[in-house]
Ligand binder design. Structure first.
Ligand code: SF4
Length: 353
């Protein structure tokens, strides 16, 4: 496929995606570099793929920042890193009652998944035990799907979390292997791949995504999307850098809403049947075009991000309702793809451990 794709070709790309063919690096680049004039055609072709696997349904995720700031790592995008001077709330591990309260709020917000996130390089065994105990209580009381984002994990820690009922581990690659050292020096891209491997070997699903807008090239975005094609990732959060004052990337402002939509289309076309979630930076970068992002993505974070505010849950519900889409709270596998049930329709800035 040539670097510049004519609009009529997007249907061919969607057909290939639906036929299960992997997206080539050249096609990834063509999507990112496609003309704004062809954006609606790209979005329409992408929606055909989204609709095949997820219909008009939207999954909501609720983030709980269980431990905030105080991190010894130096991820340049993160307001919780040792380099950040951003005036965020800093606190050590929330106790079990607070984490349970968060889970109840998640349920009340129609979230399918409660995401327990902690700053830091990785948890101690004692912290893993704390999370495991809370997860067992949440599962008993609320039956929520649980995703944990705790940093780098040792195999026995991953196994303890899996045994406690953690469904999924989030650990983002964030960018390409080539660019990784430019955004973080205290751990490596390979460290992140190793944690994904131990989580998978422990039997948990993987949630792994990226951050666009950190000064990387289109090739870097294409490379991380290709890497995700090689991992058995169930869920892909797509963050757009929210350049927070006081972080090393505070002056990096390179995104616009059209480019963000192309990134979301790219992820859907590269990963037709996977959860694609519009994550941090949604309100800041998609702005008035947030709703259009759901023609590619099938998932959102509801309520706030880790250290910044999101739009209110009622605004999210209104947006979903205005689109004619519906919120789903449980998911069942089927041979044709993923079928969501328990639908209802009423009225996380960028950080990732
Ligand atoms: S992304 Fe995670 S590991 Fe990196 S600085 Fe932030 S809290 Fe620490």
């Amino acid at each position: 496929m040539p670097a510049s794709v004519c609009p009529a070709s997007w249907d061919e790309v969607a057909d290939a995606a639906l036929a299960g063919l992997p997206l080539s690096r050249e096609t990834c680049l063509s999507i990112l570099r496609s003309p704004d004039d062809a954006l609606l055609e790209l979005l329409a072709a992408t929606f055909r793929v989204r609709r095949t696997y997820f219909g008009r349904q939207v999954q909501l995720y609720y983030l709980q920042n269980a431990k905030s700031g105080l991190c010894p790592e130096d991820c340049g995008y993160c307001s919780q890193s040792k380099l950040s001077t951003a005036p965020i709330q800093k606190y050590n591990w929330m106790n079990a009652e607070k984490l349970l309260e968060g889970a109840r709020r998640a349920k009340a917000s129609q979230a399918r998944t409660y995401c327990i996130v902690a700053s830091g390089r990785g948890p101690s065994d004692r912290e893993v035990e704390h999370v495991a105990g809370v997860v067992e209580r949440i599962k008993d009381e609320l039956g929520l799907h649980i995703c944990c984002c705790l940093g780098l994990l040792e195999p026995q820690q991953a196994q303890r979390l899996a045994d406690a009922g953690v469904d999924r581990i989030n650990h983002n690659l964030n960018t390409s292997r080539r660019y990784y050292d430019d955004i973080c020096s205290t751990h490596t891209y390979q460290d992140r791949l190793d944690t994904l491997r131990v989580a998978s070997e422990a039997g948990m699903e993987l949630c792994c995504g990226l951050i666009a807008g950190m000064g990387e090239t289109d090739e870097d975005v294409a490379d991380v999307v290709m890497e995700l094609q090689h991992l058995n990732v169930e869920s892909i959060p797509v963050n757009f850098l929210h350049a927070i004052d006081g972080t090393p990337l505070e002056t990096v402002h390179v995104l616009n809403p059209r480019y963000c939509l192309k990134v979301l289309c790219l992820l859907r076309l590269a990963h037709p049947s996977k959860e694609i979630r519009i994550a941090g930076g949604r309100e800041v970068h998609l702005r008035s075009m947030q709703a259009m992002g759901l023609y590619a993505a099938n998932s959102l974070f509801v309520s706030d991000y880790l250290t910044t505010k999101g739009q209110t849950a009622s605004e999210d519900f209104r947006m979903i309702e205005d689109l004619g889409f519906e919120i789903v709270t449980t998911v069942q596998e089927s041979t044709a793809g993923v079928v969501m049930t328990n639908t209802s329709c009423s009225h996380p800035e960028t950080e990732a451990t």
